[in-house]
Ligand binder design. Structure first.
Ligand SMILES: Cc1cc2nc3c(=O)[nH]c(=O)nc-3n(C[C@H](O)[C@H](O)[C@H](O)COP(=O)(O)OP(=O)(O)OC[C@H]3O[C@@H](n4cnc5c(N)ncnc54)[C@H](O)[C@@H]3O)c2cc1C
Length: 404
């Protein structure tokens, strides 16, 4: 087990500098344009691929060769400091990669994760499709079904997924489906839908409040047939697991909790990047802007607001890094991953709103980036488990009781 330390090693400092340069030189200058266009920023993702940032090798390096767990959250903070919409376009395929890594066999991971980034000739994307129009937080309510056609060794998927990052346009879709409706969320399994599979189409593309450069859409599956080997984890393991649940045996809830918790600090780091951007920007603005004959920062009313913002950013980073380290050691005790995500979403929403306040009328216009950051921040209270779902997880962890 590595010791917890807030000190970055040489490799991490080099990585941070490299990402900061990409954020300054490429992301910041393009952020406004892609927010306005509300389209997936292919040229920027191509640039990220050229330098090796948009690649499965980068993700593997972050996930497997860092005993501290901190590299990935530090990297994400830097990317989202650059821009959250473009950041999500770069990181979105990672959701599919993480879904494959969580449930797939080593062979499936090696086959499908690289294809979420490239097929050798062009840039690919991946999508992780769990949420449905009638069920987001309530995973027991998923309806998209997977039925096994034994004669052909194929699974047939039917239903609709909602709010899916890269949904419909992705080359690789990882789809969570109901294989046994009697068992609620314990009757789910995940499937790969390979590129070009008939029956999978994009439904509506959502017009969003923020992170507009990230593509979010419905995915409709109409008699989609995938080969048996596209069931993540394999049929034997699924049958064993379902039999256990039907016999009333408890699964390894602790292991499942550690896996879910481990992904949450990374989502918190996205929010942290936005919060830091807004705090830095507002501080510099307040030093330049004059009112009543002096810089507005000379008023405690402004300076104390900035002091609170900077304090919240630092506290949030400490919580995220600690949670990321705990996740790497698989040593969560009180749902610290959820705590980090909960705190970071709120801090990002709050600091960006305060940044608008510091900039006054200019902050409310699209000529300055703080209103965009405020729009981009809000999603972090919603996706990957809403504010209330994180509170539910934390309250259950600290009480040991099944809070409803
Ligand atoms: C931009 C964007 C990208 C997304 N990307 C993906 C993706 O790639 N893949 C994917 O699968 N999903 C994705 N989602 C879906 C996202 O995870 C869900 O929107 C989220 O989980 C909330 O589900 P919901 O929208 O159905 O809200 P609901 O679950 O209907 O919740 C509505 C409100 O009720 C509250 N609530 C619900 N249950 C409880 C409870 N038990 N106690 C207290 N309050 C409760 C919620 O906190 C929320 O405030 C994305 C969503 C957005 C907006």
């Amino acid at each position: 087990m590595s010791d917890f330390s807030l000190a970055l090693n040489e490799d991490q400092l080099t990585l941070q500098k490299w990402l900061h340069e990409f954020a300054v030189d490429v992301m910041r200058p393009n952020a406004e344009e892609w927010d306005e266009r509300e389209e997936f920023p292919w040229p920027i993702v191509e640039q990220a691929a050229e330098i090796g940032l948009y690649s499965w090798e980068f993700m593997a390096e972050m996930m497997m060769n860092d005993p501290t767990g901190i590299s990935i959250v530090m990297a994400i903070e830097e990317i989202f400091w650059g821009d959250a919409g473009i950041g999500m376009a770069i990181m979105g395929s990672g959701l599919a990669a993480a879904g494959i890594a969580a449930s797939g066999t080593p062979e499936q991971v090696m086959e499908w994760v690289p294809q979420c980034y490239s097929d050798g000739s062009k840039i690919n994307t991946g999508a992780f499709a769990a949420s449905e129009p009638d069920a987001g937080s309530d995973v027991n309510g998923y309806r998209l079904s997977a039925k096994y056609d034994e004669a052909k060794d194929e699974w047939v998927l039917n239903g609709t997924k909602a709010w899916i990052t890269n949904g419909g346009m992705a080359d690789i879709h990882v789809v969570v489906a109901v294989v046994d409706p009697e068992l609620g969320s314990k009757g789910h399994a995940s499937f790969i839908v390979p590129p070009g599979t008939a029956g999978l189409t994009q439904g509506q593309k959502y017009k969003k409040h923020g992170i507009k450069a990230s593509h979010t859409a419905e995915v409709v599956l109409d008699d989609v047939r995938v080969p048996g080997h596209c069931l993540l984890g394999g049929k034997e393991k699924l049958d064993e697991r379902l039999a256990k649940v039907r016999r009333g045996e408890k699964g390894n809830a602790q292991a499942a909790m550690q896996t879910f918790e481990a992904t949450r600090p990374a989502v918190g780091a996205q929010a942290l990047g936005i919060a830091r951007a807004a705090t830095e920007y507002a501080t510099e603005y307040a030093k330049e802007r004059h009112a009543f004959g002096k810089p507005i920062i000379m008023n405690q009313g402004i300076a104390f607001m900035l002091a609170d913002m900077a304090t919240e950013v630092e506290a949030t980073r400490a919580l995220i890094w600690k949670a990321a380290w705990l996740g790497k050691q698989r040593a969560f005790k009180n749902a610290e991953g959820s705590m980090a995500k909960l705190k970071a979403g709120r801090v990002a929403t709050w600091t960006t709103e305060r940044a608008i306040q510091v900039l006054g009328g200019y902050g409310y216009t699209r000529e300055y980036p703080v209103e965009r950051w405020h729009r981009d921040a809000k999603i972090h209270d919603i996706f990957e488990g809403t504010e209330q779902i994180q509170q539910l997880v934390v309250s259950r962890a600290i009480s040991g009781m099944r809070i409803e």
